[in-house]
Design a protein around this ligand. Structure first.
Ligand code: NAP
Length: 269
């Protein structure tokens, strides 16, 4: 990773849970400077004028074009909503601004379209469904272990307000496991569920289980079973700060890219 001079960052979604955290991370990182924010209200105000946000002089824009034409921005960090994130990303690429997108909900077609756009413009971009370095390492270690232990089950555990199941991280872990795991159907061939769903969701021959409880944040276990041995890999996110090391790394890395990278695991050394 190259060490860049000050990187000028715009944050979209500054009042959101992740956007706030990103502002704090940028304010406390010497090499980064927040030069602007993109919100859907508070046009013309400064971030420091909003209660509970970082003490930053960065102006708030509701018009993306105006933001990118008035401010010299190197990187856009986006934590908004799926449709908005896509729109911001296209705008950023058209202005030569490198997007680092944490917003979820991008389809394979979206990613392909945005990759073509990034390459045509020669502008780097990163979309990362999970910025937690620990979670990304868990996926990578799981992929490595599945080569030796094809019998595997994933258990993901989240707070009870999460709407989708299984989590994007569990699906991504499953996809990465599939790349190295020998194709096999697990368990007894005559296995019968006495209560529907007892064995979790079937995913290409193995199972993914989703637990939802208040008190949990974001956790995942990947269990591998072998001859007389068990390997358990586990990751726990305790708060939103846990994503910021990955965001910081992505902001740095995107400065050296000329294409779109999907997934932090592809830039984690
Ligand atoms: P959140 O608290 O709801 O924040 C979203 C923010 O975006 C809100 O402040 C919302 O404003 C704002 N927004 C909506 N439309 C906008 C627009 N047109 N322009 C600018 N801002 C707009 O959600 P969150 O928990 O921060 O999550 C944000 C996204 O990041 C979600 O897609 C989530 O799944 C994803 N996420 C990713 C990671 C990762 O590691 N990649 C981790 C956690 C979450 P209003 O409040 O006015 O609607």
């Amino acid at each position: 990773m190259t060490n860049h001079n000050t990187i000028k960052v715009a944050v979209a979604g500054p009042r959101g849970k992740m956007g706030r955290e990103a502002l704090t991370m940028i304010a406390t990182t010497d090499q980064l400077q927040c030069v602007a924010t993109i919100d859907r209200k508070n046009e013309g105000k400064l971030i420091k004028e909003l209660e509970g946000l970082s003490d930053l002089d960065a102006p708030i824009y509701t018009d993306v074009d105006q933001c990118f034409s008035e401010q010299d921005v190197d990187v856009l960090v986006d934590f908004t909503h799926p449709d908005v994130g896509k729109y911001h990303m296209e705008k950023a690429l058209s202005y030569g601004v490198r997007p680092v997108i944490g917003t979820s909900g991008f389809s394979e077609e979206d990613v392909q379209h945005l990759r073509t756009m990034a390459e045509d413009k020669g502008v780097g971009a990163i979309i990362a469904p999970n910025f937690s370095i620990g979670a990304v390492l868990l996926m990578k270690f799981s992929q490595m272990a599945a080569r030796h232990f094809p019998d595997v089950e994933i258990i993901e555990l989240h707070h009870d307000q999460k709407r989708d199941a299984p989590s994007g991280t569990a699906i991504k872990t499953g996809e990465m496991i599939l790349q190295t795991r020998e194709n096999k159907s697990q368990g007894h061939s005559e296995e019968k569920e006495l209560i529907k769903g007892a064995r979790g969701a079937e995913y290409n021959g193995f199972r993914i289980h989703s637990v939802r409880l208040p008190g949990l944040i974001a956790h995942q276990e990947v269990l591998f079973g072998g001859e007389g041995e068990l390997l358990t890999l586990r990751h726990d996110s305790m708060n939103r700060e846990s994503f910021m090391q990955g965001v910081r790394m992505a902001v740095n890395t995107v400065m050296d890219l000329k294409t779109l990278v999907y997934g932090l695991e592809n830039v984690l050394e």
